[in-house]
Design a protein. Structure first.
Lengths: 91, 410
């Protein structure tokens, strides 16, 4: 499936400054693997050494925080927007 | 641009320790961990602090602000009462109890403390607009501080907030944007706005200014210790929304010890949540060290953060100090608001009902030592969450102006 991926400011050094790039994959895991092959190194910024989403990163597939869905196994429907966002606090 | 952040010398990642220069950045480039202010403190004495103004600037040598901060137009929050709560203590069976009443701040919540620090950062970085994502109290604190400082304001809230918080945020001017969604969705929106040209030269107090902003909560720790006669309380009950406040109160206590301003005595930190938004107490009870986000549903809207960024640190601190994280139902929150008001004359917002309700539960379940000196935080004013007790907002009786009519009511 082809999807679009929104890149947070602190990862745009990997994407040549692009705030949004195109991606591909049936699940979030596949999309992130493809993203890392297109932009080497970016994957390790999002996933920790054991391959889990880092605890201060939020990833959304469409409007859904993937921790409410199936995590890395969340299905990425055709044309969906995936957002990678650093966790922030406040209130 | 020459930056003046007083004793702060840089930013460091709380997760991996990576160091960065002082700037409007909030996430570690290596691991996305939160950045916080790092300091090189000079000699600080009790006498220096005691000679300072009756607001948070008495602690300016411990904060990321310039030495002359008190001369600039800002809200001068803090130095709120530490109420000796003998009546409430007797009701709960707690021998020595104090309420730190932060509803006494200029916009009636603890948020004035954190925003005051963020305003100095915004000035330092040459930002023209002050912004935030807010559960309500922060929005009012930001628009008020922006008005005082002569900055523009544009703040974002979940559209379904309490009317009093909306009115308070709007009266100070600037733009108030209601977002259709929860606080967590507002937060996500702001994180995206920050990378967009529309958000250029904007200081989002709890996003790109967060490393500075969050330090303001340390002043609660400093004040409580100073008001107790320069010592640490044995137990403290703190509300948990994002978890930032609890994390920084712990940091403040540790700094006081490191600087020799108080004796190194043990303290236990307890976190308080509403059951309808209890991702941290849920994780605590399950023995987890990460926090699974939840969708909030509680009257304690100021604590309704379902995806608390500092949640893992709250778990670490509660466990390290021998405290706990506990939660109470909405009904218990309302009962606790009434209990605090009727015993101590302090009218708390729902978040204060959460801390007092949790204190009661901690005593009843044997998790808190009733013989140890205890401080409970009230972080906001009951007038902002009147709906919570609206069913009690009618007079006890309505009568004709006659003595007989009054006698009949007794």
């Amino acid at each position: 499936m082809s999807v679009s991926v929104r890149i947070p400011t602190i990862l745009r050094t990997y994407t040549g400054g692009s705030a949004e790039v195109s991606g591909e994959g049936a699940t979030l895991r596949d999309v992130l693997a493809k993203l890392d092959s297109d932009y080497p190194g970016i994957g390790a910024r999002i996933l920790d050494e054991s391959g889990k989403i880092r605890r201060f990163v939020n990833v959304y597939v469409g409007e859904e925080d993937v921790r409410f869905a199936e995590g890395l196994d969340t299905v990425a429907p055709e044309g969906v927007q995936i957002s990678i966002i650093p966790a922030v606090a406040g209130g | 641009m020459s930056l003046d952040f007083g004793p702060a010398t840089g930013l460091s990642c709380r997760e991996c320790g990576a160091r960065y220069p002082l700037g409007p950045s909030f996430a570690c480039l290596e691991c996305f961990g939160p950045l916080e202010a790092a300091y090189s403190f000079g000699a600080v004495s009790r006498a220096d602090i005691e000679a300072g103004p009756a607001n948070i600037w008495r602690y300016r040598s411990l904060l990321p602000v310039p030495e002359d901060v008190a001369d600039k137009p800002n809200m001068n929050p803090g130095w709120t009462p530490l109420v000796k709560a003998g009546n409430l203590g007797r009701k709960l069976g707690v021998k020595s109890l104090y309420v730190k009443d932060d509803s006494a701040n200029p916009t009636h919540s603890f948020k004035d403390r954190v925003v005051a620090i963020a305003v100095e950062a915004a000035r330092n970085f040459g930002f023209h607009t002050l912004s935030c994502s807010s559960t309500g109290n922060l929005a009012g604190a930001v628009t008020a501080a922006a008005a005082r400082a002569g900055l523009d304001a544009c703040v974002f809230i979940p559209a379904g907030l309490e009317a009093a918080k909306i009115a308070m945020a709007r009266v100070f001017g600037g733009r108030l944007i209601g977002i259709e969604g929860s606080y967590d969705e507002v937060n996500r929106f702001c994180s995206e706005l920050i990378g967009d040209p529309m958000g250029d030269k904007w200081g989002f107090v709890n996003v790109n200014l967060r490393p500075y902003y969050a330090e303001g909560s340390k002043t609660l720790a400093y004040e409580i210790a100073e008001q107790l006669g320069w010592r640490l309380p044995e137990q403290i009950v703190i509300p948990v929304a994002s978890g930032s406040q609890l994390t920084k109160i712990d940091k403040g206590f540790k700094e006081l010890v490191a600087l020799g301003l108080v004796e190194d005595t043990p303290y236990k930190i307890y976190g308080a949540q509403a059951l309808g938004c209890s991702p941290v107490s849920g994780a605590y009870k399950a023995g987890h060290d990460v926090v699974q986000p939840v969708r909030p549903d509680t009257i304690a809207k100021s604590l309704a953060i379902g995806n608390p960024a500092d949640g893992p640190y709250v778990l670490d601190i509660a466990r390290r100090t021998g405290g706990a994280v506990e939660d109470v139902t909405d009904a218990e929150i309302v009962a606790a608001i009434r209990l605090l008001a009727s015993t101590e004359g302090v009218f708390a917002e729902t978040a204060g009902g959460v801390t007092v309700g949790v204190l009661k539960k901690l005593v009843e379940t044997g998790q808190l030592d009733p013989d140890a000196e205890t401080v409970v935080l009230n972080t906001g004013d009951g007038l902002k969450t009147l709906d919570a007790i609206a069913d009690g907002a009618a007079p006890t009786a309505v009568i004709r102006p006659s003595l007989d009519a009054f006698r009949a009511t007794v």
